[in-house]
Design a protein around this ligand. Structure first.
Ligand code: GTP
Ligand code: MG
Length: 276
């Protein structure tokens, strides 16, 4: 399993999330199997371009990332795991992979801007893994920026469906990483903190729209809801509201580094395998 240029015909799973969350570490783990904390997973550095690897899971989705399917000769489903840079200035790489080309904003610009992925790639998008650093979220500073990025991702997926295009629904896994660290927030708190912050962002954004002086009469039908995430007009945001747009969101805790010191990455792998 070596690094390859993307085969656009394979189903793909895209790894997104803020810088330092552990996306490249997870890709490395799935590619090479378990790593000790002193090995190359720890030696990752800020990614600047997307990269992808080819992986496979058994036809019944039950094989582990540790299994060598070639050796067992079992029929396998191949897929592409795409790593993207988390740095705020490079996020368009990730977002462009999530937006159906032709999904347009009210002002005519393409959502996600710039390089929209070709339709062939989009048709094969099976799932999105949004990785967060649960230890960084514990002290609160990382919460607003993490939630901002998640808002963009979920909104892009909502628009795929809301745009009326017959796009296949794309489920999202929020992977609460670094649970090997005792300072990390448990997955349930990662979930509730993110929901609360997404609700706050939603409120702020809708207020911005009102303050801009654009009256409801000036907006064509549907446009006023354009940047509203989830159930329109609801007070609190919950991930369940995304089901209205066929976007299923699961929050699962785990860790890439520190074998035996946390839940590991198996549940994430199983989640991904079931979506392929
Ligand atoms: P960008 O490429 O900048 O978007 O970041 P990234 O999400 O790819 O993060 P990366 O994989 O480079 O990991 C950042 C740091 O977190 C590295 O030092 C990893 O070793 C460390 N890390 C990743 N996963 C874990 C984990 O489960 N536990 C702990 N303790 N550290 C981890
Ligand atoms: Mg990286």
């Amino acid at each position: 399993l070596s690094a390859t240029t993307p085969y656009t015909t394979l189903p793909s799973v895209v790894l997104v999330g803020p810088s330092g969350a552990g996306k490249t570490a997870l890709l490395t783990l799935f590619e090479r199997g378990p790593l000790s904390s002193s090995s190359s997973a720890a030696a990752t550095h800020t990614s600047q371009t997307p990269s992808s690897i080819e992986l496979s899971v058994s036809a019944n989705s039950t094989s582990s990332f540790r299994d060598d399917l070639d050796a067992t000769g079992s029929a396998a489903k191949k897929f592409l795991l795409v790593d993207t840079p988390g740095h705020a200035k490079l996020r368009r790489h990730a977002l462009s992979r999530l937006t159906a080309s032709g999904t347009k904003h009210a002002n005519g610009s393409i959502a996600g801007s710039g390089t929209a992925a070709p339709p062939s790639t989009l048709a094969k998008l099976k799932a999105v893994v949004f990785m967060v650093d649960a230890a960084a979220l514990a002290d609160g500073d990382a919460l607003p920026s993490t939630a901002e990025y998640l808002y963009e991702v979920l909104l892009a997926l909502q628009k795929r469906v809301a745009g009326g295009k017959k796009a296949a629904p794309v489920p999202v896994l929020v992977a609460a990483n670094k649970l090997d660290l005792f300072t990390a927030l448990p997955a349930a708190l990662v979930k509730s903190n993110l929901e609360m912050e997404l609700g706050r962002i939603r409120k702020t954004r809708s207020k911005g729209l009102l303050d801009s002086g654009v009256g409801a009469d000036d907006l064509a039908a549907g446009e006023e809801t354009d940047d509203w995430l989830g159930e329109y007009g609801s007070d609190k945001f919950t991930f369940k509201q995304m089901l209205e747009f066929d976007v299923e969101v699961d929050v699962i805790g785990g860790n890439v580094v520190g074998e035996g010191e946390g839940p590991g990455a198996d549940k994430w792998w199983r989640w991904i395998a079931e979506k392929i």
